[in-house]
Ligand binder design. Structure first.
Ligand code: PFF
Length: 493
């Protein structure tokens, strides 16, 4: 099989930034930030970025580049039986892309809604009652919404088209899908912060709450949001770095990608929290409670806040609405296809599989698994899968990556390698983060999260639902990863 390469360094950086910047920045970040107390969340988030985000970005790009292979084969190159970890990462990514596609489908639908501002004056009620038609019955899993299903099909078709020829197509598509959303986001931030009452929302967003730092759940949420947002722990950055020519910088690229990504999240927060302040101002309710309890708002935050901003734009509302949801889609698409690419690269490396075959299989299986998410109860199912895949899947993969490199392969070997390739070098601090700091924070917070889940179910949801969409997947993934490792195919790079 011919080895793939990026057409240029810029296309790699754009593709990696494109993967990192996605719905995680403008949809997931604001809602997680809101859920864990606004300003209370920002300090752990920044700590997580510097202690885990950037070091793991360097680690993933380093081994991807050094081994020149996707996650399973790259880890196979670090030692016996380590291939398993690569499959685990790819598995977590695959589960995530199943619901990521559904959130993209919401964006497709909202693109349609923006032509006549269908959400009217009450974006919150429209989202929950009219669009999702939410039920509280978890068993309502046959009530598939045709609109959401259609949006899902459109999203997956776009994804497949973008990666038709791998790095070559991706390298071109990202010149469009990366800069456009940024311009758009800046316009929204300016509008969001200039709305009447926006200051209260922004104050909630920026005021630190040192009490919250004692809560391990906030720390776990911050670390996993950083992983989700940087596309770390899914094998994406490993696969992308493996397409780089041998003489390429790593450290500088890792910093650029990580900072650009987290800067975007921070910026997006101003638009959403500005809108919350505006809402509070209109209704005379406190910012924290303006949309009801954080559980009631949950995932919907972006789909309530942004439409509300759009509605305030007078004659330009339709224009900006349409542009905005196109922007969300362009943000999402390069993230989604990076996940599919990571899965495809893994199967191509191990089994010499054909790219199109893998892409189509991922799309079809991904859509089938997503069906439950398109129903009236889908909202809750997405919530559980998202929580478990992040709190356990991502956190555990991140933790194991640190342990494998820190204690089996050797941080020194990898550090020397990346330094030999990079415009500026990393020092021993990197080893300290990988060997001690990140594993300690992740290990402790995952253990405490397990304890919490033993005593109470996530968000008080029924135990059987939590088990099916949460624990069952968390248990199945390592077993499937083990079977893939043992199956016939290449064993080393
Ligand atoms: N980083 C993307 C985002 O923030 O939206 C989400 C994502 C893309 C997660 C690709 C994982 C991934 F492999």
């Amino acid at each position: 099989m011919e080895k793939e390469y990026w057409p240029s360094r810029t296309s790699f950086v754009f593709a990696a930034i494109g993967s990192a910047i996605g719905l995680g920045n403008v949809w997931r970040f604001p809602y997680i930030c809101f859920k864990y107390g606004g300003g209370a969340f920002l300090i752990p988030f920044l700590v997580a970025l510097f202690t885990a985000g950037i070091p793991l970005m360097i680690l993933e790009m380093g081994i991807g580049h050094k081994m020149g292979a996707s996650a399973p084969m790259a880890f196979a190159g670090t030692g016996r039986r380590k291939e398993w970890l690569g499959w685990m990462a790819v598995g977590v990514g695959f589960i995530i892309v199943t619901y990521y596609g559904v959130i993209m489908s919401w964006c497709v639908n909202y693109l349609g809604f923006s032509f006549n501002l269908s959400w009217g004056t009450d974006a919150q009620s429209f989202f929950h009652n009219e669009f999702l038609n939410r039920t509280t019955n978890f068993k309502d899993i046959f009530s598939i919404s045709p609109k959401i299903l259609l949006g899902l099909a459109i999203s997956w078709t776009l994804i497949i088209l973008c990666i038709w020829k791998g790095a070559k197509t991706v390298g071109k598509v990202v010149y469009f899908t990366v800069p456009l959303p940024w311009i758009c986001l800046v316009i929204f931030v300016i509008r969001g912060v200039s709305l009447p009452g926006a200051e209260a929302g922004i104050a909630y967003y920026l005021t630190p709450n040192f009490e919250a730092l004692k809560d391990s759940a906030v720390w776990l949420a911050a670390y996993t949001q950083v992983f989700f947002s940087l596309s770390i722990g899914f094998g994406v950055m490993i696969a992308y770095a493996s397409f780089l020519p041998k003489r390429s910088d790593i450290v500088n690229n890792a910093f650029i990608i990580s900072l650009a990504n987290c800067g975007t999240s921070f910026l997006g927060g101003f638009a959403v929290f500005g809108a919350l302040g505006y809402y509070a101002n209109q209704t005379g309710v406190d910012v924290k409670e303006v949309l009801g309890s954080s559980q009631a708002v949950g995932f919907g935050l972006a789909f309530i806040a942004y439409p509300s901003i759009i509605s305030t734009l007078g004659k330009a509302a339709v224009f900006f609405g349409v542009i905005f949801f196109i922007m969300l889609l362009t943000l999402a698409i390069d993230s989604a296809f990076s996940l599919v690419e990571a899965v495809a690269a893994a199967f191509m490396d191990k089994y010499n599989a054909k790219r199109l075959k893998v892409n189509f299989s991922v799309a079809i299986v991904g859509c089938i698994l997503a069906l439950t998410f398109t129903t009236r109860a889908g909202y809750y199912w997405v919530d559980i899968v998202d929580h478990f895949m992040n709190s356990f899947g991502l956190a555990i993969v991140g933790l194991l990556e640190c342990l494998v490199i820190g204690y089996f392969y050797g941080t020194r070997i990898l550090r020397d390698y990346v330094n030999s390739k990079s415009e500026f070098a990393i020092g021993r601090w990197w080893d300290v983060m990988i060997m001690f700091v990140t594993p300690a924070v992740l290990g402790i917070s995952v253990a405490l999260e397990i304890k919490d889940r033993i005593f109470s179910s996530y968000e008080g949801y029924p135990r059987w639902a939590e088990f099916t969409a949460g624990w069952a997947i968390v248990i199945a993934l390592p077993i499937i990863a083990f079977l893939l490792m043992r199956s016939k195919g290449r064993r080393t790079v």
